[in-house]
Design a protein around this ligand. Structure first.
Ligand code: SAH
Ligand code: MG
Length: 992
């Protein structure tokens, strides 16, 4: 019946697959009704498969932003946002946030469908039947009078068309049909997938179908379409009634994206009077003849928005008839010859867009006769831009564009702030029109020697992979806890193109205790690598793959360059605006990363406020308030760019720019300071600037030296510190806190043994040494060793202030003659610490790899040879009690709660946690090897009662017949440790 070249082509290629179109969520259809054309919408599909077993839970996400900084106005809207969690028998999935609940639900359903790999049923329509559907859909739209009164967004366009005077009365631009009617869009896509890429091609399909129908008029050579019979007078009457009700003058901001990359984007204002059709106004702005020559992209930006790209139809249609995005590659000849493609706009929509383009958020929504519109500011544009770089969405989700950085490590879910790595990666893939990432996890049960390792779980089928189906395999069952068996997980991650070609592939080692963590870690790894790539987009393909290899990431260079073709042109616009070295304000080195990376050495700077003694350490959560402003020669320029009253991040994971972390770790609660950094990329600055972006817009022109000599100045105040998880649990569940009990345990032994010399191996911030000074002992010489400068600096501060207060005979620590802190590894021997009376090593060995812990045992007993050595470490078997009762678990995610059998380590820095048996065998072997006796005890819990103490402790004693010269190293002057701080009692010195 229908014969056209397009049809034949499609039949040949056999492409009738259907993808969900963007903007589908806007249909507002009853989810349980299958669209007549055979493309069910997401919730309907989920309903078909799961019925009542699919549970939608929608929650409101607070996004309100208050601002307490006086004199500061940061314009930020606060409207309710919704997120939907869809629970299916196999897994649950959470949507992004939307302004409407039902969008969140559809989005969750859509994500689930993608995850399940369900293909919507096409009811096996042939291409011919699809053409029939297309024709009948068009006829319906143009002949059914009731449709004119429906709540479909198109009906407003029909109304506007009927308002037109002269012979264009009733004419509708085909482009609006091709953009607003989901059914038409889907049908066109089923005929030829090219339609998804090329709005102009979709128009040609619709035109063809209109000609095939007898009831619609299409103008030759023009892009109008209209009905043959005008609607009845009643309808016309209703129309004028509706219109008289909704007459409002609209003024809105839009963005002009010039075709030339040389030209910066700029804000334009659209003035739409009550009598005007908004597309006519857009046509005028674009300088085209009439609105039929305005092409309309799919929606870009958030799924719930009406943000679209408007651009002129090509004068020469042959030019666009068979274009694909691949042609946009800079490597392609057509591209280099300078085409009319608008690279930035094409990148945003994933469609072929040409000419100067208007980005506007305007249009008709379902069920509302009023014109919907929203300003698109420069800030919005730049946020969309940075949302497309690998770490951009992290910064956006933290609402801290200038302060946040994508963390380099994933520790725990409860410590992670902002969108999770997996979600960030999924979003990144969606935005770059790749398939959803495929995760397959694999677990290994480890118990005893490595030879007994068993691979227990099979790889999931990639098409149906999902992270939770195998949870059962990932659990440690209660019986296993005692025998020390635990599972660990690895994750294989694949990123495929829309046509299912492998683009990136990566596998982690099987080292995660939780399946979902393995997925997060793999996602973060790939994101981090992508971030590196986006920093150097002109990287040659060979370098790309070899750089990937170094990180264990496989990249298919060809597919990769094809998929990321546009990124180079869009994102490698000169990034740094100003290269001036900032004079540092208050002495914090800026632009010098090497210093901060080492974790110490960033100079102390001018800090305001008393030292409260409470400072963040690795793993703790720091909460700060901050404000970032543009400043020149120490003076602020313009409005602040970004500020937050409360911003929490985990120390040690790189979750913020390094200058901020380096500065915060040197502050204590209630202190404030300022530092400056070089100007980051203009995208970041403008994205952060919000409304202020307008004032800064000359900045985007590059040539106008508004920012010359400018720096970003950060003022920061440390509001509070939340201790690492372990400490919080210990304080919450034990009275006195476990750490205090450990100190008391050590004290008993110190006093019983009348020790006069003590070394604390792994002293950290000196909590033991500090507490010792609170009690009367016979100690004369105390030493601490640690590898963390930060810890040692803090220890030095605390002990120094205590010891220097007074060394009156009345003081508890009057006996102390000297105190020293060494920077060094306790697996190295230093002869200055040979033969001490007592050595303590509390909660340290689990922070080392197991072989290092063994090495420490050998060095301590075989070389340092203290009379007594006290070693404590967590008892893994006690974790169930801690984690079940922990008051902290209430803010943990429900997924973690639903796995009561999986016990994590108490601190993410722990490399292992031993059962009693493991600890006993380590200690007993060590003791017998080095001629020591060993005795076991602990704190928290009761001896002999399952599952033992919370902290298990071994007390080693040198055997009396142990000859001092058995120690291999007694007198050799080996001194690898570095003195960090030293104190000697001046009175005792003068007495000498
Ligand atoms: N003993 C302290 C600190 C425990 S935290 C207390 O009970 O509060 C563990 C400490 O071990 C950290 O400060 C860490 O820096 C230190 N550490 C880890 N490996 C070390 C090594 N090889 N040598 C010295 N210290 C080490
Ligand atoms: Mg510990």
């Amino acid at each position: 019946m229908i014969s056209s070249s397009i049809l034949e082509e499609s039949l040949k290629s056999g492409r009738t697959g259907v993808n969900f179109p963007e903007g589908l969520m806007e249909t507002g259809e009853n989810p349980l009704v299958t669209v007549r054309t055979g493309t069910p919408i997401p919730k309907a599909l989920i309903h078909q498969k799961y019925g009542a077993k699919a549970l939608y839970r929608t929650e409101e996400v607070k996004e309100s932003v208050e601002n307490e900084c006086p004199g500061l106005v940061i314009p930020q809207k606060s409207k309710p946002l919704y997120r939907c969690c869809l629970e299916l028998p196999e897994f649950s999935i959470t949507s992004d946030t939307f302004t409407r609940k039902k969008d969140a639900e559809q989005s969750a359903a859509k994500m689930a469908i993608e995850k399940l790999g369900i293909q919507p049923m096409r009811n096996n329509l042939t291409v011919e039947e699809i053409w029939d559907e297309l024709v009948s859909r068009l006829s319906y739209l143009f002949t059914d009078e009731k449709f004119l009164l429906s709540s479909h967004p198109l009906s407003s366009h029909f109304r506007a068309a009927l308002q037109r005077e002269g012979n264009l009365c009733g004419s509708v631009p085909i482009s609006i049909l091709a953009a607003c009617d989901v059914k038409l869009i889907n049908l066109c896509k089923s005929i030829d997938l090219k339609s998804e890429l090329n709005p102009y091609f979709t128009i040609s399909l619709i035109m063809k179908a209109a000609r095939l129908s007898g009831s619609i008029r299409v103008s030759e050579g023009e892009l109008w379409i209209w009905r043959l019979n005008p609607p009845s007078s009643e309808i016309m009457q209703t129309y004028s009634d509706i219109n008289s009700g909704s007459t409002e003058h609209v003024q809105m901001e839009a963005i002009l994206i010039p075709n030339s990359m040389e030209k910066a984007v700029e804000t334009v204002t659209l003035n739409i009077s009550s009598k005007e059709y908004y597309l006519d106004v857009i046509a005028q702005k674009l300088g085209v003849m009439d609105c039929s020559r305005v092409l309309v992209s799919r929606t870009v930006g958030k799924a719930s928005s009406e943000m679209r790209l408007y651009f002129p139809a090509p004068e020469d249609p042959s030019l666009v008839s068979d274009l694909s995005l691949e042609l946009l590659s800079p490597a392609n000849e057509t591209f280099s010859q300078g085409t009319s493609f608008n690279v930035r706009a094409s990148y945003f929509s994933g469609q072929n867009i040409h000419g100067d383009v208007l980005l506007a958020s305007v249009g008709h929504k379902w069920k509302s006769p009023d014109l919907y519109h929203e300003d698109v500011s420069l800030g919005t544009y730049y946020r969309m831009l940075i949302g497309r770089v690998p770490d951009g969405n992290y910064k956006l989700s933290r609402e801290a564009i200038l302060a946040a950085d994508l963390p380099i490590t994933f520790t725990t879910r409860s410590n992670w702030r902002g969108s999770l790595p997996r979600d960030l990666l999924c979003m990144f893939c969606r935005q770059h029109r790749l398939s959803e990432p495929v995760f397959s996890t694999e677990s290994t049960d480890t118990s005893g020697p490595p030879s007994q390792m068993v691979k227990t779980s099979k790889r999931l089928k990639s098409s149906k992979s999902n992270e939770e189906t195998e949870i059962g395999n990932g659990l440690i069952d209660a019986g296993n806890v005692e025998s020390g068996i635990h599972s660990s997980f690895g994750c294989e991650l694949k990123i495929l193109s829309k046509s299912q070609d492998v683009v990136i592939q990566y596998s982690t080692e099987d080292s995660c205790r939780k399946q979902s963590d393995a997925i997060q870690i793999a996602s973060l790894k790939v994101l981090t690598w992508l971030k590196k790539y986006f920093k150097e987009l002109d990287m040659p393909v060979e370098k790309l793959s070899s750089l990937g290899n170094v990180h264990g990431i496989y990249i298919d260079a060809q597919n990769f360059s094809k998929e990321f073709a546009l990124c180079a042109s869009v994102h490698s616009v000169p990034q740094k605006m100003v290269f001036r070295k900032c004079s540092s304000l208050g002495g914090l080195p800026c632009g010098d990363q090497s210093d901060a990376k080492q974790g110490h050495g960033a100079n102390l700077f001018n800090v305001e406020g008393e030292d409260s003694g409470i400072s963040p350490t690795t793993g703790s959560l720091a909460c700060v308030s901050y404000m970032v402003s543009l400043s020149r020669e120490g003076k602020y320029v313009g409005e602040p760019l970004e500020s937050k009253d409360e911003f929490e991040f985990e120390i040690g994971t790189g979750a913020v720019i390094h200058q901020l972390e380096s500065c915060v770790t040197q502050m204590s609660v209630n202190q404030a300071t300022r530092f400056v950094t070089e100007m980051p990329s203009k995208d970041l600055v403008l994205a952060a600037a919000g409304e202020a972006a307008k004032d800064l817009s000359p900045l985007s022109l590059g040539s106008i030296p508004v920012t010359e000599g400018c720096c970003l100045e950060y003022s920061v105040k440390l509001l509070r510190v939340t201790e690492p998880l372990e400490d919080r649990i210990e304080q919450a569940l034990f009275n006195p806190p476990l750490s205090k009990q450990r100190v008391e345990y050590a004290l008993r032994h110190i006093n019983e043994s009348h020790a006069s010399t003590l070394v604390d191996f792994g002293c950290g911030s000196g909590s033991l040494l500090d507490s010792l000074l609170e009690h009367p002992t016979a100690l004369e010489e105390i030493v601490g060793v640690d590898i963390s400068r930060k810890g040692l600096t803090r220890a030095a501060k605390i002990i120094h202030s205590k010891l220097s207060v007074a060394s009156d005979p009345g003081m508890q620590y009057a006996s102390i003659r000297s105190a020293v802190l060494f920077d060094g590894s306790i697996t190295d021997f230093d002869s200055r610490l040979y033969g001490f009376d007592i050595g303590t090593c509390l909660e340290v060995i689990e922070h080392m790899q197991e072989d290092q812990a063994c090495m420490f045992g050998d060095v301590a007993l075989g070389m340092f040879c203290p009379r007594i050595l006290i070693v404590s470490t967590p008892n893994y078997e006690y974790n169930p009690i801690l984690q079940r009762n922990s008051p902290l678990n209430k803010d943990e995610d429900p997924e973690e709660k639903s796995q009561p059998q999986s016990f994590k380590f108490r601190n993410h820095d722990h490399k292992f946690e031993w059962t009693r048996e493991q600890f006993n065998s380590w200690a007993s072997n060590l003791a017998s090897k080095h001629n020591y006796s060993v005795e076991f005890g602990g704190v928290g819990g009761t001896a002999g009662v399952e599952p033992g103490f919370a902290s298990q402790i071994a007390v080693f004693r040198r055997n009396t017949q142990h000859q001092a010269d058995e120690c291999a190293a007694k007198g050799d002057p080996v001194q690898p440790y570095e003195v960090i701080w030293e104190w000697t009692n001046s009175k005792s010195r003068s007495a000498l």
